[in-house]
Design a protein around this ligand. Structure first.
Ligand SMILES: [Zn+2]
Length: 310
């Protein structure tokens, strides 16, 4: 067997929205783009690129002109090297599809359809083990339960014939405790989904959410896992991905701090791999300031690790 076979057939970090192509975005929105609230996309795009896009015109031109019109449409969605490793720009472009997927009922079926499309595509590609991470942002209790029940059920049904789909719920950084209660309720109510539901994730902007504030919460999760190993939840955590508001040292420290809290996998952690001269060139005045609390934490860290750091 090709030694790379397991690497090619196993995906451990998949965001379903990120699996959709520009063509999917066009197809899913072609009948409703005039009704969608695009504010989340247009605001973030303007902030990141200093120009405000007009999604309705983008759709009209892409539908009318499959060459130039579609290329322009695509350039507002696909994040490339030209975007300069800037999380704000990534999120702005990702918001294009988020707005579409969050368009309210009766189009809710579209979200389910797009998720099924993603799972089908992975199966077609010959990937046989996938961990999907999904979050719905600020949701009500009923929205949270309904969405994650639907997604986990889709994966449970898809898990057969040499394909295994597993589900990780992304919790809001600002309401992790509440979201965690709802995850527990989901497992209480639908015990058949427990084998599918294997973990919790944290994603989106990191600024304002230092790992140290999650220490007590993660202790609780680890204790719950010990008490109920049959429904244990791994913790995966996006960190070192969005960090313009602090020094590079602090961004790296955040990755180290969270890794020591019993996290199974770190998400992205570009802070650990980006050459400092590249990191600081991404934005004017990047990484030159940080909160006093961060600087104090960094000094404490440097002292605690003085031996290893010299
Ligand atoms: Zn990710």
């Amino acid at each position: 067997m090709n030694p790379l076979h397991p690497n090619k057939t196993c995906e451990l970090h998949v965001h379903p929205g990120g699996c959709l192509t520009a063509q999917d975005l066009l197809d899913l929105g072609r009948n409703i783009y005039q009704d969608v609230d695009w504010t989340l996309f247009t605001d973030a795009y303007e902030q990141a690129y200093n120009t405000r896009p007009d999604p309705i015109t983008l759709y009209q031109n892409a539908l009318a002109d499959p060459d130039l019109g579609f290329e322009t449409f695509k350039s507002h969605f696909i994040y490339t090297q030209k975007d300069g490793g800037d999380f704000g720009r990534f999120q702005a472009k990702f918001n294009f599809i988020i707005c579409l997927l969050r368009h309210p009922s009766p189009h809710q079926d579209m979200i389910n359809t797009s998720f099924q499309m993603t799972v089908d595509q992975h199966q077609k590609e010959g990937v046989n083990f996938v961990e999907y991470r999904c979050g719905g942002g600020q949701q009500t209790h009923d929205q949270f339960i309904a969405m994650h029940h639907k997604y986990a059920t889709t994966l449970k049904s898809a898990t057969q014939n040499n394909f295994t789909g597993r589900y990780i719920i992304s919790l809001c950084r600002s309401s992790a405790e509440q979201d965690y209660e709802w995850v527990q309720e989901l497992m209480d109510t639908y015990p058949d989904l427990i084998p599918t539901l294997i973990g919790i994730d944290f994603s989106h902007f990191e600024e304002g959410y230092p790992p140290k504030d999650k220490r007590a919460f993660f202790e609780r999760v680890h204790q719950d896992n010990q008490k109920n190993p049959e429904r244990a939840l791994d913790i995966v955590y996006h960190v070192g991905e969005s960090y313009f508001d602090k020094s590079l040292e602090s961004a790296i420290r955040w990755c180290h701090e969270i890794a020591e809290m019993g996290i199974k996998r770190l998400g992205h952690a570009t802070a650990l791999g980006l050459p400092p001269e590249v990191a600081v060139a991404r934005r004017p005045n990047a990484h030159v300031q940080e909160l006093v609390s961060e600087h104090l934490d960094q000094i404490a860290y440097d002292l605690a690790h003085a031996t290893e750091l010299t």
